[in-house]
Design a protein around this ligand. Sequence first.
Ligand SMILES: CC(C)(COP(=O)(O)OP(=O)(O)OC[C@H]1O[C@@H](n2cnc3c(N)ncnc32)[C@H](O)[C@@H]1OP(=O)(O)O)[C@@H](O)C(=O)NCCC(=O)NCCS
Length: 180
Amino acid sequence: MDIAYSKDFEELNKAKHERNTFDCGIAGLNTFLAKHALQNFKAGVSITKVLPYSEPESNGKHSVCAFYCTSVTTMQAESLPQAIASKLPRYPIPLFLVAQLAVDKKTQGQGVGEAALMNALEHLTRVNENMRAVAVVVDCIDVNAKDFYQRYGFEHLCEVNGRERLFISMNDVLAAVGSR
Ligand SMILES: CC(C)(COP(=O)(O)OP(=O)(O)OC[C@H]1O[C@@H](n2cnc3c(N)ncnc32)[C@H](O)[C@@H]1OP(=O)(O)O)[C@@H](O)C(=O)NCCC(=O)NCCS
């Protein structure tokens, strides 16, 4: 039987969300949620949103079915695709970064990953109304992550810290979100 989860993503809150039970199969992502997501929020680095399971644990908190973390970064215009770069000023260009995105193993393969990515992109289009960015980038943890993001229009950009960085222009994100 499928396990019920909340209808919407909400900001990670340690009083409401159990952070230690999440398991997406990749230790680094599990540890990020358990140990670093709130620290990074408090430090002003990133924001993490979670999709909680409906049923609370015995401690009254809700385990996490999926989460994503967004942040901002910059790149020099010359590092971006020519079609975009030619219209940009020659100083660091703002980009949104989907820094982490993962689904608990119990609910993988049921459309939750797609819902998480669409929720992250919708969130970033709202941010973009007040603080603009040229594109959304993701740094792929492995080839599976790359395959997943490419399904949604992300394209190869470069290597960053040993990971492949993919991007999708903000105009394409706005078109995709607007057509939903
Ligand atoms: C990758 C991940 C987020 C996908 O989540 P999910 O809930 O299993 O994916 P969904 O059920 O929403 O699948 C959406 C679509 O993507 C496809 N898909 C899912 N995982 C995929 C993968 N690794 N590679 C390619 N396509 C994938 C599905 O087949 C589906 O397509 P369909 O509708 O045509 O069948 C999830 O498996 C996960 O958390 N993995 C470990 C962490 C990770 O790799 N995170 C990504 C980057 S940090």
